[in-house]
Design a protein around this ligand. Structure first.
Ligand SMILES: *Cc1c(COP(=O)(O)O)cnc(C)c1O
Length: 402
């Protein structure tokens, strides 16, 4: 489990050594970005189809953000979460109006928003369901890297890390409604899942499963929590992924694209679920004016007339191109929604095409591409990616698959 690759790097000469080793970083230093493009310290240009892991939904350095940051930083950056500020109020209203979930808690990261969701569900269970605290989550799900959110996640290999875990997160396989029904008992407070499992490799919950979950949770009087940190904020072609199915969760978490590259997240909940009392929940930067103003500007850009149409048009073009490459190279096809897509590497080839090796070749060819594992590539470009940029990506991918 300890993969220390420090030996491969010229540590000591360039200051890499001052950073904790938390991931395998290639020896590239990025120092400029614009739209779909990044430049490294040698001046080499890269096409970015990772965009901070589905985060930079308006591309690199959009003026929407720099303008909002500059304007708000001259007005008010931060007072204290113990006071109201103007952007905090207007932003919460905007998110509540769009989602139909009446109340909002602003946070700094997805994991923090999910921690809030878990705490809210536990408090609700303590008050309204005789002390119920269990939250049923899914195998291979991903909810973040704090201790509770790692415990809620079903990522392979994590079950043995940082023991003892936070208890109370029984796991069920995705898209198996009977398994959820069998896991519900007197201790159950909620069911929590991603509408599309992003980190696991873009595995969608089916419409009938989500509808069934809504019905099942209502029947048992327990909460449905959707982690829309990756799928929310127009990523799947609607503002929130749950809109595709016509259901609404009781609690929803947002992150990643919500700040378009700046640290922002949100916990949304139905009015009658909100049972936090003063002191239960908070944090130094929650609802600070600077980030709330940026979030509002990003939200307005995503809600502009025609924006979702453009996301869906880009999605269709990308799906078509990926399906053509899949047929040409004998791969396993495309899955996902909107601009959260995966190309399955398939089993036809011998040896099977490897996504990690393909992503490494793509990087050398000037393309940032994410391989969540060896069996698939994930495509999470900026939501305003152009047809020409998609075509440029497909050409580099074609060359990198050979
Ligand atoms: C990225 C992600 C998280 C964690 O968000 P952080 O901002 O990294 O804490 C949680 N859930 C899902 C579905 C995610 O994709």
């Amino acid at each position: 489990m300890t993969t220390n690759t420090a030996q491969n790097k010229p540590i000591g000469q360039d200051g890499y050594a001052a950073l904790m080793e938390i991931t395998n970083r290639p020896g590239i230093i990025f120092n400029r970005g614009e739209g779909a493009w990044l430049w490294d310290s040698e001046g080499k240009r890269y096409l970015d189809f990772i965009q901070g892991w589905a985060v930079n939904c308006l591309g690199h350095c959009p003026t929407v953000i720099s303008d909002a940051l500059a304007a708000q930083s001259r007005q008010l950056i931060n007072c204290s979460p113990a006071y109201y500020n103007d952007p905090m109020i207007r932003y919460a209203q905007a998110l509540a109006g769009a989602s139909g979930l009446e109340r909002c808690f602003l946070a700094n990261s997805g994991a923090e928003a999910n921690e809030g969701a878990i705490k809210l569900a536990r408090k609700w269970g303590a008050l309204h369901r005789g002390g119920a605290y269990e939250i049923i989550t899914t195998a291979h799900g991903f909810h973040g890297r704090t201790l509770a959110t790692m415990s809620a996640s079903g990522k392979t290999g994590w079950d043995r890390l940082f023991e003892p875990k936070v208890p109370g997160f029984p796991k069920v396989p995705l898209n198996d409604l009977d398994a959820v029904a069998a896991a519900i008992n007197g201790k159950t407070a909620a069911v929590m899942l991603e509408p599309i499992q992003g980190e696991a490799g873009v595995w969608p919950a089916t419409d009938s499963y989500l509808k069934g979950l809504r019905e099942l949770t209502e029947r048992h009087g327990i909460l449905l929590i959707l982690d829309e940190i990756q799928t929310g904020m127009a990523r799947t072609g609607k503002m929130f992924c749950f809109e595709h199915t016509g259901i609404r969760p009781d609690i929803m978490t947002l992150g990643k694209g919500i700040g378009a590259g700046t640290p922002l997240a949100a916990l949304m909940a139905r009015e009658d679920v909100c049972c936090f009392e003063p002191g239960d929940q908070g944090g130094t930067y929650n609802g600070n004016a600077l980030m709330a103003a940026v979030g509002l500007a990003v939200f307005q850009a995503l809600s502009a007339p025609g924006f979702l149409d453009q996301v869906n048009a880009a999605s269709r073009h990308l799906i078509q191109g990926l399906e053509a490459l899949s047929a040409k190279h004998g791969l396993g096809g495309v899955r996902g929604k909107g601009l959260l897509l995966a190309l399955d590497m398939g089993q036809q080839q011998n040896p099977p095409a490897n996504a990690i090796a393909t992503a490494e070749r793509a990087l050398q060819n000037g393309l940032l591409l994410n391989a969540p594992g060896p069996t698939c590539l994930r495509f999470i470009p900026a939501l305003n990616v152009s047809v020409a940029e998609i075509d440029a990506m497909l050409a580099i991918l074609d060359a990198s698959l050979r």
